[in-house]
Design a binder for this molecule. Structure first.
Ligand code: ZN
Length: 279
């Protein structure tokens, strides 16, 4: 991720920022101190059993297999089941996946942001409104500090999600650029914490959570228990919270119900609505 030829200074500051910004939701504390980050994240929720990339002694996902079920010729974490490709090695609920249409997930499971599972009813994970309502740069497609390269659209947009490390995306924009609710939902884990600064978490009807932090300040009336509608202004871009490392940006994470360790890369969801945000 640092191989794009950035200057050493930029690369270093990004490295610091990325580490500092990981895991910004606290499991149990809404308001404050929880420094949950390091412990459960880096270590290894990832089910990527496989280990070494040595010789293929087992069949990978989507490869045709003979013996149905677990424990056969498919690699660890996979079983021989049925997908749209026929009888192939595939992943059960929670297994990592890489295909767009879920051909490497067993049965009726889909590949939802890199994990086999059921898409939530009603699409609670969907971002229906792009959060930053002004010129911005999503990810590190352009040097983040060069405001001249910020855009009202997706001219500079890529993902800086790193599984187990940076469970979200960063969006660079000017201080006090309005931040909109990304979906309809009820606010939880909303307020201020030393680590995340001014933060808002929108819990959708499906239990998914859209978490945004480091805001300069929240909009009036934004507090736990309040229902918000997509597009409603909930706060303003800033650099509060130690995890911001003082850099002005919005961090956003999208979490499946009850799982703050998994996270999903919100970039495809954000990118889909990253147009005309300055109107
Ligand atoms: Zn971040």
């Amino acid at each position: 991720m640092f191989s794009r030829g950035w200057s050493r200074e930029v690369a270093l500051s990004l490295a610091v920022l990325t580490i500092g910004c990981s895991g910004t939701v606290s499991h149990s504390d809404g308001a404050g101190g929880g420094d949950e980050g390091g412990g459960d994240e880096g270590a290894g929720s990832g089910p990527d059993g496989g280990g070494a990339d040595g010789e293929p002694i087992c069949l990978a996902a989507t490869e045709p297999c003979q013996v149905e079920g677990e424990g056969g010729e498919c690699c660890d974490g996979l079983e021989c089941g049925h997908t749209s490709l026929g009888q192939v090695c595939c992943g059960q609920d929670g297994a990592s996946c890489a295909t767009e249409n879920g051909e490497d997930c067993c049965g009726d499971l889909e590949c939802v942001n890199g994990t086999c599972g059921h898409a939530p009813v009603g699409g609670g994970h969907a971002v229906t409104v792009f959060p930053v309502r002004g010129p911005h740069n999503l990810g590190y497609e352009a040097p983040f500090h060069q405001a001249g390269q910020w855009s009202c659209d997706d001219a500079y947009s890529n993902s800086d999600f790193v599984a187990g490390d940076h469970l979200g995306n960063d969006i660079w924009a000017a201080r006090n650029t309005p931040v909109a609710a990304t979906a309809d939902g009820t606010l939880v884990l909303t307020g201020f914490s030393d680590y995340s600064g001014n933060k808002v978490t929108i819990q959708t009807a499906d239990g998914w959570e859209h978490f945004m932090c480091h805001m300069d300040h929240l909009a009036p009336g934004i507090a736990n228990g309040v229902h918000v509608t997509a597009g409603q202004i909930v706060g303003y871009v800033g650099n509060t919270g130690t995890a911001s490392n003082g850099v002005i940006h919005l961090h956003i994470s999208v979490y499946p119900p009850g799982d703050y360790d998994a996270g999903v890369d919100p970039w495809p969801l954000l990118h889909a609505v990253e147009h005309g945000v300055c109107q």
